[in-house]
Design a protein around this ligand. Structure first.
Ligand SMILES: [Mn+2]
Length: 712
């Protein structure tokens, strides 16, 4: 093996080291010859595609909805309620999958004849996730005859009981895609549709919540056709295809694996939008996001549309996102999309602010020395902690939990702070007791190989008193606990992760399809072909290549992205445009430098109408850069340490989990440099200065009197 460890600076007294992530070439899963282009052939083999028609997506190849357990019962129930003229309340969820599922349910049921359809979305802070008794209470105010959950409900035992106990009788249809509780127990409902419930033969287990609801609508339409409903009513069978763009959006935004069935759904949605037939809401969001609908790819749902919808659920109320998706008027939709875009900008600012805080806590408390990291800041926004956890995970590559006072601690902390400021010791102690008993909650993100839900299961089995609530998947989870147990939980989480994690896992790796590609792999034609072969996404990744390059030219864009002209190391004459996003903090690439990179083939369309190949560099690997990066990281850590000392001198001690000053006071206590409204770009400037200084200091010395002379 090659030595990929670089110590910082010769002879420096430091323990900091930077290791390059190994680049791993994916192995072919099949041997079949699939495509005339060797790159695409290998990409498909790597993904286990066994015949080329698996890349031809047609709705006729969708898995049969009648394979879903209880589908017949669900249709009978819906038919009964339709004939009875029932009032339906959809209970959705506050993320993009929940919003698209809700929209599909509302629009689909109305299209099939329901006249009185309403929806409610729980508030993340007030009700929490799922069909909770409090959301049932809210739904009951609308006097429904039928409650339909979408993208939630499979583990809502109390909520289902609350529906059964309603004074006014109300049926319950649960549709969900999440895993049932440990042991497979299900809540009591009139009918449950979920491909992941025990005994459901539906083969595609990766449907998102929106996919499950779309399947229910699809089956129900078939059922109504079979019983002659449309004939009796003298109406044409309604077209449900206009729902497919919602299915595509929710499926990509929920990051479920894009298995064959999901790729068919996503592809159909993308084609509809590319042809200009997307719904007003989605078209309007694409417009405010500056995306050309005719060139839409799956990742645009994940990076452009999804975040704008999600911003509503994070900062205000997902009803805004759903109203935009359901809007029947383009101008109205555009107005709503503009509002969503504003919310998304706010979300980005809040996120940058929190990420800055989190980085500071990590450096200050040397949290990189832990295997599993838990950080808590009472002022963080509960709708944003999940993204903050994702960002920090990318940086430190460890399982991480970001927590805030979203539970009862949010009410208790200001009370405690007020009493404490009044100076009555006894009252303060009592208020602090109440604060200790109150609840904090957070969002967890994991790395490859660490199953978060299992980790939390283990902790909960060994220490049943610690976690008041938790749930989730392998890569993401949510949890609540009492503030008094926080320090102990930090320890337990670290220990539990340490049991299963290896150094290799903490280092991470980069997977590519082909290593050391030559010029034949770098063409606009291939880039176009790859784009047309999509959708690419979760568990069916966009083709990623690896090559060795030489820097011909570099230019910094918007103070954070690097635009380069490069050539392949072995072929210096052919030049290629390349771009690397958000990499300026990593250091500089000198002209003439050689580096390795993992990249995807991207098409740059600026100026419009002029398509050019652009290599989108996902990861640059260069020993020189790695050294710089380590130096920069160390320098930044020391700047932060000084900042902390300064703010301590100013009387604003930032101490984790101690009673914390109101946010404004804290921010005002920081030196000017750190208080820029956009700390990320601010930091970039600092770092460029540091890099510049460093370069001056590491310029090869012409000669040195010490050189070659023994110290004795
Ligand atoms: Mn979902």
């Amino acid at each position: 093996m090659f030595n990929n460890e670089y110590l910082v600076g010769p002879g420096r007294q430091t323990t900091m080291s930077i290791q390059l992530k190994p680049i791993i070439e994916r192995k072919p899963q099949v041997e079949a010859y699939l495509h005339h282009h060797p790159v695409i052939n290998r990409v498909l083999q790597n993904r286990g595609v066994s015949a080329i028609d698996e890349m031809e997506y047609s709705l006729s190849k969708l898995v049969d909805p009648w394979l879903m357990k209880n589908m017949e019962d669900a249709c009978k129930l819906l038919h009964q309620e339709l004939l009875a003229g029932s009032k339906v309340v959809i209970v959705g969820d506050f993320d993009c999958d929940g919003a698209t599922s809700t929209s599909i349910a509302v629009e689909g049921l109305k299209a099939l004849g329901f006249k009185d359809v309403h929806f409610i979305i729980p508030d993340r802070v007030i009700h929490g996730y799922g069909l909770t008794p409090s959301i049932v209470k809210l739904a009951a105010e609308l006097e429904p005859d039928l409650i339909v959950t979408v993208d939630n409900g499979i583990a809502s035992f109390d909520g289902a009981r609350a529906v059964a106990e309603l004074e006014r009788p109300c049926k319950l249809l649960i549709t969900d895609h999440h895993l049932p509780a440990d042991g497979g127990q299900l809540p009591t409902a009139d009918c449950i549709i979920n491909p992941n419930q025990t005994g459901c033969p539906f083969p595609s287990k990766d449907l998102a919540g929106c996919g499950v609801m779309f399947y229910t609508i699809m089956a129900f339409r078939g059922y109504l056709r079979k019983v002659g409903y449309f004939e009796q009513m003298g109406i044409d069978q309604p077209n449900i295809m206009p729902l497919i763009d919602l299915v595509a959006l929710g499926t990509v935004a929920d990051v479920v694996p894009l298995d064959f069935n999901n790729r068919i759904l996503v592809d159909a949605g993308i084609k509809r939008i590319r042809a200009g037939h997307g719904r007003h809401g989605i078209m309007a969001i694409l417009e405010v996001a500056n995306k050309n609908p005719a060139k839409l790819v799956a990742s645009d749902f994940g990076f452009a549309v999804g975040p704008r919808i999600n911003a509503a659920g994070r900062l205000e109320d997902m009803t805004q996102g759903i109203n935009c998706l359901l809007s029947l008027d383009y101008d109205e939709a555009l107005e709503m999309a503009t509002r969503l875009d504003d919310l998304n900008k706010q979300r980005r600012d809040i996120e940058a602010d929190h990420v800055f805080d989190a980085n500071m806590l990590i450096d200050q408390f040397k949290l990189r020395e832990r295997k599993g990291v838990v950080i808590h800041d009472p002022s963080w926004h509960p709708g944003v902690v999940g993204i903050v956890a994702s960002r920090i995970k990318e940086r430190i590559n460890r399982p991480i939990i970001c927590m805030t006072d979203a539970g009862s601690a949010q009410e208790q902390r200001p009370i405690y702070e007020r009493i404490a400021s009044e100076g009555d010791a006894k009252a303060t102690a009592e208020a602090y007791q109440l604060l200790l008993e109150s609840e904090v909650k957070g969002s967890a993100r994991s790395i490859e190989g660490v199953h978060l839900k299992h980790v939390l299961d283990h902790i909960s089995k060994k220490h049943p008193e610690i976690l008041t609530k938790f749930g989730g998947h392998a890569m993401a989870a949510g949890l609540s606990l009492k503030f008094k147990d926080l320090e102990r939980f930090k320890q337990l989480f670290d220990e539990e992760i340490a049991l299963g994690v290896t150094d290799e896992m903490l280092l991470g790796s980069i997977e590519v399809d082909i290593k050391n590609v030559g010029p034949e792999a770098l063409s606009l034609e291939l880039a176009r072909e790859i784009r047309e072969m999509g959708p690419w996404g979760q568990k069916f990744p966009e083709p990623t290549l690896h090559g060795r390059f030489k820097v011909i030219n570099t230019r910094v864009l918007k103070e954070k992205h690097l635009k380069l002209t490069v050539s392949l190391e072995d072929d210096p004459l052919k030049k290629f445009d390349a771009i690397c996003f958000n990499c300026i903090e990593d250091g500089e690439l000198p002209i003439g430098d050689s580096f390795e990179a993992a990249f995807v083939l991207d098409i740059n369309e600026y100026p419009p109408g002029n398509e050019k190949l652009q290599l989108m560099l996902r990861e640059i690997q260069d020993p020189v850069l790695a050294k710089q990066k380590a130096l920069v990281a160390e320098k930044i850590a020391s700047v932060r340490e000084e900042t902390r000392k300064d703010s301590a001198l100013n009387g604003t001690v930032i101490k984790q989990d101690a009673p914390v000053q109101p946010r404004e006071a804290r921010i005002n206590g920081l030196p000017k440099m750190e208080r820029d409204s956009n700390p990320v770009s601010r930091l970039s400037d600092d770092m460029r200065d540091i890099i510049k200084q460093m370069k001056e200091n590491t310029e090869p010395k012409k000669h040195s009197i010490d050189e070659g002379i023994a110290p004795f």
